[in-house]
Design a protein. Structure first.
Ligand SMILES: Nc1ncnc2c1ncn2[C@@H]1O[C@H](COP(=O)(O)OP(=O)(O)O)[C@@H](O)[C@H]1O
Ligand SMILES: N[C@@H](CCC(=O)OP(=O)(O)O)C(=O)O
Length: 383
């Protein structure tokens, strides 16, 4: 099928999320196999060797658990049984990746709920950032033990998009059993043609996607496009490619794509700044001295405790706060790493004193520059 697909340049990237579906790790009804994982791990290893960071979002736990129990495995439709199978299969799935990865792998189990809760979102983000800083390979899967709805949806595609935004990835790569997005489900429509590039996920494009065509896969093309649209809104392009074709997978390592490229809606920074600027009302307010106000107005500095004069409101860690100068004029907005009471205790202190003052530290920045948008530039122009 790839014969119809032109080879194109992969967007430049330094940090990517790679999502691998059950279909690539387990044959229908069968156990885990390294048949396709081998080439995918080769791509990940080559990316690491080139100094790039990768987060792997891998399905396959349910299929692995089922294969372990063989004829004793419970019926496919039973949700509690699927949860048990996932718990059984997580370790073999991780072991498969560890056997193929040149770097140590770390298991990260997440639910959508973890990522909706601000505090847990920040904790997940700092764990993943910490793992990437250690140059290990985080392998993320849904925590099926508690994620009943998510297991029903089988939604690791959407989880991969959320993780991509979480770690600030520049690219989301979704490996599937099919080599591209087609104009219609090719299993049902023999006239369906592959699409090399999607500029915008319009309702017409979304309507092309049907459900999964197999027993072990759960999401189908629909959840892949949902994931691409989440990534696009966060400024991250998505590529869909055939994970069964070793030539396609190897070409990715040379930054060449044979598959579908779905453009991002905006740059990552524009998307983030747009969100910070237009997010609902800030939960509180931090006042800063003239030096900090000037630094923050430039849009590239983090807010450190030393420049803080005080805090108003009862915001929590992870809440959006407004940052105002001594005259009460808003200079920036951002996500605060500390709760209001903690900020008040840290006001005017040096970053190195954080642990002594609080007894713990979430980092030297009260608001990290990645989580901050200046409301005006020095020249008075809105950015
Ligand atoms: N428009 C479409 N283009 C490509 N594939 C489609 C389309 N609509 C539905 N599909 C189906 O989606 C399947 C891929 O999703 P899925 O089986 O969930 O795989 P995975 O386990 O890799 O997530 C394809 O094999 C195909 O049958
Ligand atoms: N968490 C489940 C997978 C759910 C899922 O999204 O599957 P898939 O559509 O194959 O990516 C598992 O590990 O089996």
């Amino acid at each position: 099928m790839s014969a119809h697909l032109p080879e194109q340049a992969l967007p430049g990237w330094r940090c990517a999320v790679v999502k691998v579906g059950s279909n690539l790790l387990a044959a229908d009804g069968g156990g885990l196999t390294d048949r396709y994982a081998l080439a995918l791990a080769g791509f990940i290893n080559a990316s690491h060797a080139a100094g790039r960071k990768v987060v792997l979002v891998s399905s396959g736990a349910v299929a692995a658990g089922r294969a372990l129990l063989r004829e004793h495995a419970p019926a496919a439709g039973d949700l509690a049984a699927r949860q048990a199978l996932a718990a059984l299969g997580q370790a073999p799935m991780i072991a498969l990746w560890q056997s193929l990865s040149a770097r140590p792998v770390a298991q990260v189990l997440l639910t959508h709920d973890d990522l909706r809760n601000r505090r847990r979102y920040l904790n997940a983000r700092s764990t993943l950032r910490g793992l990437l800083a250690l140059d290990v390979l985080p392998v993320v899967n849904e925590n099926d033990t508690v994620a009943v709805d998510e297991l029903k949806l089988g939604d690791n595609d959407n989880l991969a998009a959320i993780v991509a935004a979480l770690v600030d990835a520049d690219l989301l790569l979704i490996a599937s059993d099919i080599d591209a997005l087609y104009s219609a489900d090719p299993r049902r429509d023999p006239q369906a043609a592959p699409i090399a590039r999607v500029g915008a996920l319009t309702p017409e494009v979304l309507a092309m996607a049907g459900g999964s065509g197999s027993v072990v896969g759960t999401g189908g093309m629909r959840t892949k496009l949902e994931a691409a649209s989440k990534a696009a809104a966060a400024g991250i392009p998505t590529v869909l490619f055939g994970g069964r074709d070793a030539v396609t997978v190897e070409a990715l390592g040379r930054d060449r794509l044979r598959g579908t490229l779905i453009d991002a809606a905006a740059t990552r920074m524009q998307a983030r700044k747009y969100w910070l600027r237009h997010a609902p009302a800030a939960a509180g307010c931090i006042s800063v001295d003239a030096g900090a106000a000037h630094a923050l107005a430039g849009g590239r500095a983090s807010l450190l405790p030393g420049g803080i004069a005080g805090a108003r409101g009862e915001f929590q860690r992870g809440d959006l706060v407004e940052i105002v100068d001594a005259g009460g004029k808003a200079v920036a907005r951002g996500l605060c790493q500390y709760a209001a009471g903690e900020v008040r205790r840290l006001a005017g202190r040096h970053s190195r004193d954080i642990e002594a003052v609080l007894g713990y530290s979430y980092g030297s920045e009260v608001v990290h520059r990645d989580d901050l948008v200046a409301l005006e530039t020095a020249g008075g122009m809105t950015v």
